[in-house]
Design a binder for this molecule. Structure first.
Ligand code: GLN
Length: 479
């Protein structure tokens, strides 16, 4: 186990200090770059470290403060971006060979918003290729290692973003969550991770995996920082037709409110099979919320257990369509061949890794004439049942508590030959994506071997405020 002491300042503390002129953004940045120099060789959180650009951004923040201007609520906060978010003129790879050499001509909306709030981007983080995976082992550029134990995975697909925060390379980071890719790596790396309500955060400039499920959200060292990030990145964006038009109330203001009277649901028919240590920590979380004034209620979500199956029809179907654009003509790499069709196949065979090819084939099959109704259509019906079951549960409970991941961080290669074993990592996170609801993972102690365990808090559509209140209360209960 490596030394994770010398706790860095929180993002809120950094921003407050920089805005007040008592901290220099440049100094904060150098501390983070120093940790990158020391440990990035072991961890491999990044596909690209942007030291020069970050130094220029930090200098601009300090200059703004010196000139009497306010750089914004994230002034000088070092930030890492999952490498599936577009950054203008800077490579965006999705950890795939197929995007080799591609530089987006525009910034994702979240990137624009974070820069406007004074955040300093230190780099682009590693992921499972096109965000397909739960361990970051599917990256074309090699895996990311868990900063708590380098022999273990950080989770995925946003493993680089989770590891970057856990290792202190960045104060905060962004990931994307289609079926658990923020919450599961957050749990395995011992940080906070949030998947907002579908439409809460703009997807403009997020490279699409499964568009009806994808959401961007933060990784942070604590719940307050997650609220701070959500307040900056949330909100309507005319560039994303699925973004929610109504303004959202501040989460930073919500987190102080406590959980007195809140109804916390226990799902009685939740799929079994989580590690005993994970189950124990979940029980302690229920007790802590009860001690803080919440009421524990039993609820049923009967279709929860069908989430995984429905997801592995819906997500690959959408992916097979979204990834059709990588054809050797419009983006990145091309493998030359005698005719156009041969060029398409040679490019896609060389450019996509095994898991991405598997998803494209699964999705193409599920959408094909004759099978559409039996597979894709059926899965959509199950999706509806899951959302309805959750809606019924949320008439009895304000939030639900479950494990985030059935296990702690596992060893490299331990699920390598068995796609289904890997898919099962997301058994507790996927149903939320299908329902479009928010979810977050809050670190809640460790297993007997010292590896982090996360508790998942779920809420109904736009239930971010109650979800964050419960998250903050859990965090307070373990200090
Ligand atoms: N692990 C899941 C998958 O492989 C979820 C990925 C994600 O949320 N991007 O599809």
């Amino acid at each position: 186990m490596s030394d994770m002491s010398s706790a860095p300042l929180s993002a809120a503390q950094i921003a407050a200090g920089v805005r007040a002129g008592t901290l220099k953004a440049a100094d904060v940045l150098e501390q983070h770059l120093g940790r990158i120099t020391d440990r990035e060789g072991d961890v491999h959180a990044f596909n690209l470290v942007m030291a020069d650009e970050a130094r220029a951004a930090a200098a601009a923040v300090d200059a703004a403060v010196a000139a009497g201007n306010d750089p914004g609520p994230l002034a000088g906060v070092p930030l890492a971006l999952k490498d599936n978010m577009c950054t203008r003129g800077i490579p965006t790879t999705c950890s795939s060979k197929i995007l080799e050499g591609w530089k987006p001509p525009y910034d994702a909306t979240v990137v624009t918003k974070l820069a406007a709030a004074g955040a300093v981007t230190v780099g682009k983080t590693n992921l499972d290729e096109f965000a397909m995976g739960s361990s970051t082992e599917n990256s074309a550029f090699g895996p990311t290692r868990n900063p708590h134990d380098l022999s273990r995975v950080p989770g995925g697909s946003s493993g680089g973003s989770a590891a970057a925060v856990a290792a202190g390379f960045a104060s905060v980071s962004l990931g994307s969550d289609t079926g658990g890719s923020i919450r599961q790596p957050a749990a395995l790396c011992g940080v906070v991770g949030v998947k907002p309500t579908y439409g809460y955060v703009s997807r403009y400039g997020l490279v699409a995996f499964a568009s009806s499920l994808d959401q961007i959200g933060p990784f942070t060292g604590n719940v307050e920082d997650a609220a701070l990030l959500m307040d900056v990145i949330g909100g309507h964006d005319p560039m994303d037709s699925t973004s929610i038009p109504e303004p959202q109330p501040s989460l930073v203001e919500a987190i102080g409110q406590g959980v007195e009277g809140l109804r916390v649901g226990r799902i009685t028919d939740l799929p079994q099979g989580a590690d005993p240590d994970v189950v124990d920590r979940l029980e302690l979380a229920f007790e802590a919320l009860q001690a803080a004034g919440a009421t524990i209620v039993d609820v049923e979500v009967p279709a929860f257990g069908y989430g995984l199956t429905a997801y592995y029809l819906i997500a690959p179907s959408e992916a097979s369509s979204n990834l059709a654009r990588y054809d050797g003509v419009r983006y990145g790499m091309r493998v030359d061949a005698p005719d156009t069709n041969a060029m398409y196949s040679a490019t896609r065979a060389a450019g996509f890794g095994e898991e991405v090819q598997r998803r494209i084939m699964l999705g193409t099959y599920a959408l094909s004439a004759g099978y559409y109704d039996a597979y894709y259509g059926k899965a959509l019906k199950v999706r509806r049942l899951i959302a309805d079951d959750f809606d019924r549960a949320y008439t009895k409970a304000d939030v639900l508590l479950t494990p985030t991941s059935p296990t702690v961080a596992f060893e490299f290669g331990s699920k390598g030959d068995d796609p289904l074993a890997m898919y099962l990592c997301d058994v507790y996170t996927i149903p939320t994506n299908l329902a479009g609801h928010p979810g977050m993972s809050v670190p809640y102690g460790t297993c007997q071997h010292g590896l982090p365990i996360g508790v998942q808090i779920l809420a109904g559509t736009l239930g971010e405020q109650v979800m964050f209140r419960a998250g903050a209360a859990l965090e307070r209960s373990i200090g």
